[in-house]
Design a protein. Sequence first.
Lengths: 155, 155
Amino acid sequence: MGVEIERKFLVKNTSWRDAVEGQDAILQGYLAETERASVRVRVKGDRGFLTIKGAAAGVSRAEFEYGIPLEDARAMLDTLSSLAVIEKVRYRVRSGRHLWELDVFAGENAGLVLAELELTSEDEPFELPDWAGEEVSSDARYYNLSLARNPFSRW
Amino acid sequence: MGVEIERKFLVKNTSWRDAVEGQDAILQGYLAETERASVRVRVKGDRGFLTIKGAAAGVSRAEFEYGIPLEDARAMLDTLSSLAVIEKVRYRVRSGRHLWELDVFAGENAGLVLAELELTSEDEPFELPDWAGEEVSSDARYYNLSLARNPFSRW
């Protein structure tokens, strides 16, 4: 188990593209969620993952993640997911000491680009890159679970 | 991934106790469920498991099970389960060529004893032991998920 501390920002220009250090295609879906937990299946590149997250409370929340066989993850996405499957490309983008993750969404969330920074404590200092726009860490519409329920194209 | 073929029976006497080959204390809870899937956390003896089951359709259903750290399983049962945690002792009971699992429930399901037999195909023959009573394979009240929602003591 770990506790995830994550800051999330909109992205206001494309200057981040010069600082890309790597990328992965991601497909993810949600098997189920309650007021206490959500259960996510993800295919990232050629690997599968199953992730349990505690219900969100600000920027910290419990997270349990396990690697699973790729074929299991694909079968679960195909048959057991009850919401839209999220498609995105995740870019790793360097900014100063930090490696950000920029998600460029496709499918029903096309047009949305989100930048995430994982921190080791809630008060860890970081520099805001010039491509970073409004902070949306606490805006529930931008949770991936929300984007599976109510995709960006329908806003 | 596997497909689980399971027959389930009530237990009408205690003659099975002479044929016990082993036992485990089990605690299990449900993180979430939808019309397509349920997500179960289990502590069995000193091991943890996370299990995804496809929605039930008769005696066959998709099942994905993964071993997880015991401390993760305990933390999830303590904090993320939204229904009652099921307590039971599972006995392995020999009958002819088959090894049955008999669940003796405790806590809110005390008084209930269920016998389960896992088969490799839906038409695999088996002998019904003399302690086996009515078949309840298709009775949704006896699903463990149902017993977490509506325990036996409240029937």
